[in-house]
Design a protein around this ligand. Structure first.
Ligand SMILES: [Zn+2]
Ligand SMILES: [Zn+2]
Length: 495
């Protein structure tokens, strides 16, 4: 019978002692250097690094497999006999014995890791420690610790049409671009024990599969001082950062985004010429930052990020009311954009960095629009007639200001706003009806949501194009929404 991790966590699985069950989780080999193992841990959550065991015995199961099985980059389902353990010396609560994987290849040659050896090694549960850097995908070229792409295994995505068989909206000129993404799991973990050692997930493969050409890969530079509220409805800043803290975070994140791009063998696009040369050839990335908190009020750091880290897309604010201005999700303090924020907009204009006003208040956007000499981007939002307090959605007037600069409003796939991709396409239609199709774009915020959004994989891109056609857009208009409009702003901004 299939078993859910909630039964393990609550102890309800005690009643299944001796029963054959099926359980899906992440294999953590106890010897991270081994390719295959018949003794390992199955964990509810993806490991933060190769040798790191979950500390909670209710979030993992000790597994004895009948055949050695190769370490997997994705969650595996095992069938085996569940054993409830009492006072286990290693601290385990459950074992899965006579286990065999339902979806990984057995290997005929057994290997020798044993429970006794494991106990003798002192690495038993509760003693295991995370070894920073040891298995991080960007410090060592190891694939063994890569967590799965949660979307690749989602059955809803497996029937997604491929670009070849379903992109009847795609033309020779189509260049698809995502204005806002954290795909590949580019950001560091909010959990300090994991931090920058968080495993990447595949990015180029789903981009290729869905025909997504270019993504703005956004680092986030307020992560260490924000948290998800207890009701899991929103994110807020909960403390004041130390001097230099968010700058240091940005440096780690810039390293990480470039490591991800290198690992995925993607190209960085920095200007009109490189976009034209590489955009369609292979998955490309534009280096972006969500929140300019890392500037810490120092304008010269815009130049530094531009030249050292190839930053070409800067979102002024995020979940902190920072030195640049007010945010939608907190009460205003500055009355919109600050003078420093205005200086940053000017600096971005002159250097060649796209200015993104997502998360900013209406007043912030209004002043940014007055100052900027280039079109503005509002990369991820949706229209609402009367957004509630702290809402990330925008009013028609707010949208008109962005469109008035010649800019683009990215519609994001929040499941709190849209039920499905069809609803998202309708949301794009509403923006187009209000301000014109040349001001509508796609901002997936991939891997940036608290709750799973309705567009969760680039493999859904062909389907999104199809429903946009159904919503009444022409091929050319679909191409504009899914990339052409952002391309126009990018080229106008970066030169
Ligand atoms: Zn955001
Ligand atoms: Zn985001």
């Amino acid at each position: 019978m299939p078993l859910d991790w909630s039964s393990i966590r609550t102890g309800e699985a005690d009643s299944l002692h001796g029963t054959m069950i099926e359980l899906c989780g992440w294999m953590i080999p106890l010897d991270p250097t081994a390719d295959k193992a018949d003794y390992f841990v199955l964990a509810a959550d993806a490991p933060c690094c190769g040798g790191c065991l979950p500390r909670d015995p209710l979030s993992c199961v000790e597994v004895f497999a009948t055949v050695p099985c190769a370490s997997q980059e994705r969650a595996v389902t095992l069938r085996g006999r569940l054993q409830r353990l009492i006072d286990d010396p290693a601290g385990w609560r459950y074992q899965l014995v006579e286990a065999s994987p339902l979806d990984c290849q057995p290997d005929p040659a057994p290997r020798s890791a044993s429970r006794r050896a494991f106990l003798a090694s002192g690495a038993a549960l509760g003693l295991a420690a995370c070894a920073p850097g040891r298995f991080a995908g960007y410090t060592e070229k190891s694939d063994a610790a890569q967590a799965p792409d949660p979307l690749a295994s989602d059955p809803r995505n497996q029937d997604a049409p491929t670009p070849e068989n379903a992109s009847n909206w795609r033309t020779a000129d189509t260049l698809t671009m995502d204005m806002h993404s954290h795909a590949g799991r580019v950001t560091v973990s909010r959990n300090p024990a994991i931090g920058a050692n968080r495993p990447f997930v595949p990015l180029a493969a789903p981009m290729r599969a869905g025909g997504m050409n270019v993504v703005c890969l956004a680092i986030v530079t307020d992560t260490t001082v924000t948290h998800v509220t207890a009701d899991r409805k929103r994110i807020e800043a909960w403390r004041t950062p130390e001097d230099g803290e968010l700058y240091a975070l940005s440096q780690a994140e810039f390293v990480r985004v470039h490591a991800l791009i290198q690992r995925e063998q993607m190209q960085v696009v920095t200007n009109t010429a490189s976009l034209a040369a590489n955009g369609k050839a292979g998955p490309c990335a534009i280096i972006a930052a969500e929140g300019a908190d890392f500037l810490e009020g120092r304008l010269e750091r815009v130049d530094e990020a531009y030249s050292l880290h190839q930053l070409r897309h800067l979102q002024l604010t995020h979940y902190r009311v920072n030195e640049l201005g007010d945010i939608q999700t907190e009460p205003p303090i500055h009355g919109g954009l600050t003078d420093f924020g205005a200086d940053v907009v000017r600096r971005c204009n002159s250097l060649g960095i796209v200015v993104d006003v997502a998360h900013g208040t209406y007043d912030l956007v209004r002043r940014a629009a007055d100052i900027t000499t280039k079109p503005l981007i509002l990369s991820h939002t949706a229209l609402a007639t009367h957004p509630s307090a702290r809402s990330r959605l925008i009013t028609p007037d707010h949208a008109r200001i962005v469109a008035g600069t010649g800019g683009v409003i990215g519609v994001w796939p929040s499941s709190g706003t849209f039920h499905d991709v069809q609803g998202m396409a309708n949301g794009m239609k509403r923006v187009a009806d209000l301000v014109g199709v040349e001001h509508v774009g796609l901002g997936t915020d991939m891997l940036g949501f608290i709750n799973p959004p309705v567009f969760r994989s680039y493999e859904q891109l062909p389907a999104l194009g199809d429903v946009l056609m159904t919503a009444g857009f022409s091929k050319e208009e679909v191409g504009m929404i899914l990339g052409g409009n952002y391309r126009r702003v990018f080229e106008a901004s970066v030169g």
